[in-house]
Design a protein around this ligand. Structure first.
Ligand SMILES: C[S@@+](CC[C@H](N)C(=O)[O-])C[C@H]1O[C@@H](n2cnc3c(N)ncnc32)[C@H](O)[C@@H]1O
Length: 256
């Protein structure tokens, strides 16, 4: 990756933690903000990390976008899986470059993009989705994150079966994951990883029972709560408000 910003590069312009803009560094483009406009041509040839000023002399930092930035800038059609839960899926499923993964449903494509980011350049994500409108939005979001070559979105109901075999992982975020457990077992390699994200305990229980009955081992469920800390001299303490619940993550590994 070049240190210097070139024509067509993605740049995250950061005013502060809460206000950022994801732009392409293009010659003829201007970004209008509430703090004045920025001529994006001025980014070309500068190093990532550098400060750039609007016509009102307000400074924005020009950062290289991360997968987290791309996810938070996605046009959302569905509830997404948030980075705190994605991180646990990545580590618990041992997702790395070269992995072949089936995922469903695609939804907005947030998890799809993250999986693609970690399996590239030699791995691949096959993502199943039943709704055409969701496929269209997800494709746009994944393309915006420059990850489309590592993803195939299939317009298919995954409860009818999984076409792929010898998979490293099957990752689910849909209403009835227990109906997919058998298909996942057939499609996975020996020792392959199963992960499912569900908002409710009822779904989690049904999925766990299906995993036990199908021959998965190392079955476990976790929930991740993230508490932000406000850091200021004399006032450093947890934020008053936090997200109380997103979903439960259930994992298993295929054994014979
Ligand atoms: C909550 S969204 C997934 C969000 C996604 N994980 C993300 O991070 O953007 C659930 C999606 O699953 C799709 N879906 C539900 N049942 C399905 C099935 N049996 N096969 C394929 N897709 C399904 C829905 O249409 C919906 O788009």
């Amino acid at each position: 990756l070049s240190e210097v910003i070139k024509e067509g590069d993605d740049v995250l312009l950061l005013l502060d933690r809460k206000k950022t803009f994801l732009v392409k560094a293009n010659k003829d483009k201007i970004l209008h903000t509430h703090k004045g406009f920025i001529t994006l041509e001025n980014l070309l040839g500068e190093k990532f990390g550098t400060g750039i000023r609007s016509n009102l002399s307000v400074e924005f930092k020009a950062l290289r976008p991360t997968i987290r930035d791309y996810i938070f800038k996605m046009n959302r059609r569905t509830q997404i899986i948030y980075p705190k839960d994605i991180a646990l899926i990545i580590v618990n499923c041992n997702i790395h470059s070269g992995c072949h993964i089936v995922e469903a449903g695609t939804g907005t494509g947030a998890l799809t993009a993250a999986l693609a980011f970690y399996v590239q350049p030699s791995g691949h994500v096959f993502s199943y989705e039943t709704r055409d409108d969701h496929i269209e939005t997800a494709l746009r979001n994944i393309t915006r994150a420059n990850l489309s070559e590592f993803v195939d979105i299939k317009n298919k109901d995954i409860s009818e079966g999984i076409d792929e075999r010898e998979l490293d992982a099957v990752v689910l975020d849909l209403a009835t994951p227990w109906q997919i457990v058998n298909h996942a077992y057939v499609a996975l390699k020996g020792s392959g990883m199963f992960a499912s994200f569900s908002p409710t305990i009822d779904q989690t229980l049904k999925t766990t029972i299906a995993l036990r009955e199908t021959g998965f081992v190392d079955i476990n469920t976790i929930e991740c709560l993230v508490r932000r800390i406000r850091v200021e001299i004399g006032k450093t303490r947890p934020e008053t408000l936090m997200t109380g619940h997103t979903g439960y993550l259930t994992f298993g590994r295929k054994a014979n």
